[in-house]
Design a protein around this ligand. Structure first.
Ligand code: HEC
Ligand SMILES: [Cu+2]
Length: 349
């Protein structure tokens, strides 16, 4: 039994360590977490193997044989020495592993020197994430996550509705977004993202669109990140002028493409692009219908109704109640008009 247990443990540990469980290690925190995982494998595989081996041997050697159906087993008092051993060993293992895990947690949560960290507010809502930045006093939000490589980021996570869970697997860290609370974690991204970025995932079942609550994290070099911030803050600087009536008295122009891909941060209207694919606006959301295909041949009235009363007519293969029914409130009339016109034009292309 001991030999079988030893061989099976060795094989199990080798297999456990050989399997590539995780995506690329994209953060300073990832290495320590992966090591902890490997240590847990090394400790838990022999326990599993030991218990299984004993059960299998006992089932083979002590099983009931024909003619023994009515026999009771021999009366056994127990074995104090054995009981002390099988209580003490797991207790020592558990306490050691908890201590080690606590030390790792303490280490990966350590704050860097004051002032050298960027705060990003993460908001979960059915079924999308938004990220609020404050870069040198300039505030803006984005439907996609951008961070510079090598700098610590402190995420402050909230939810506008139900429980969600903010997770970027490549960074390993993960935390629930809980109604009424702000939760936190920090990571220092160490690797630039591949061109398609790292997935941002919701890891808490939050409703019908949960599986599609996915966005992208982009880790950029510092100059590229600064350029992105400059791009994001530029329209904000011209926004007050755009909302005031233009000198000639003409209606203010709404940038429908921007509205589609970024939403309206002032009113909290979610970006359409978080859920819809539309090549012209460069969005790739997969929660709702692919607007590049479904809008072909659709008229203005249909598009307008789809935005203002999404549940009036539900696209085939999709469920009611996923597309927010709040746009009638959160978008102004010129914004809705501009969006409808924009989508009509894109559809006609
Ligand atoms: C949270 C995800 C989400 C957001 C944000 C969202 N939609 Fe939708 N949208 C959906 C889903 C899901 C459907 C399909 C169900 C339905 O018809 O209500 C849909 C349906 C539509 C349809 C109808 C498509 C068809 O073939 O019937 C249009 C048009 C549309 N959305 C446009 C928009 C526009 C414009 C915005 C931004 C103002 C937007 N959506 C924001 C999820 C979303
Ligand atoms: Cu969610």
């Amino acid at each position: 039994m001991a030999i079988v247990g030893l061989i099976a443990s060795a094989l199990g540990i080798a297999l456990g360590l050989a399997i590539n469980w995780f995506p690329v290690q994209g953060s300073k925190q990832a290495d320590k977490i992966d090591t902890l995982w490997n240590v847990l494998i090394i400790c838990s595989v022999p326990v599993f193997v030991l218990v299984t081996t004993v059960v299998l041997f006992a089932a083979r050697d002590f099983r009931m044989r024909p003619g023994e159906e009515h026999l009771d087993g021999p009366p056994i008092h127990g074995n104090t020495k054995l009981e002390v051993i099988w209580t003490a060993i797991p207790a020592i293992m558990l306490v050691s592993l908890c201590t080690y895990a606590y030390l790792v947690l303490h280490d990966i949560e350590k704050a860097p020197a004051a002032g050298s960290e960027r705060n990003i507010a993460v908001h979960g809502q059915q079924f999308t994430w938004t990220f609020d930045y404050n870069e040198g006093g300039k505030k803006f939000s984005s439907a996609q996550l951008y961070v510079p490589v090598g700098e610590s980021v402190h995420f402050n996570v909230t939810t506008k509705d139900v429980l969600h869970d903010f997770w970027v697997p490549a960074w390993r860290m993960k935390i629930d977004a809980v109604p009424g609370l702000t939760t936190h974690y920090r990571v220092t991204p160490t690797k630039l993202t591949p061109t398609d970025g790292y997935p941002v995932v919701c890891a808490e079942l939050c409703g019908l669109g949960h599986a599609f609550m996915r966005q992208t994290a982009h880790v950029l070099s510092k100059p590229k990140f600064d350029a992105w911030v400059a791009k994001m803050t530029k329209p904000a600087a011209t926004a007050p002028a755009a909302t005031a009536p233009a000198a000639g008295g003409a209606a203010p122009a709404v940038d429908a493409k921007k509205l589609f891909s970024e939403g309206n941060q002032q009113t909290g209207a979610t970006a359409c692009g978080a859920c819809h694919k539309l090549a012209d606006a460069g969005t790739a959301g997969g929660v709702g219908p692919d607007l590049d295909t479904v809008l072909k041949g659709k008229d203005e009235a249909f598009i307008r109704q789809s935005i203002l009363q999404p549940d009036a007519e539900v696209a085939q293969g999709f469920s009611k109640g996923i597309m927010p029914a709040t746009y009638a409130k959160l978008l102004s009339k010129p914004e809705v008009d501009a969006l409808v016109k924009y989508l009509e034009e894109v559809a006609a292309k």
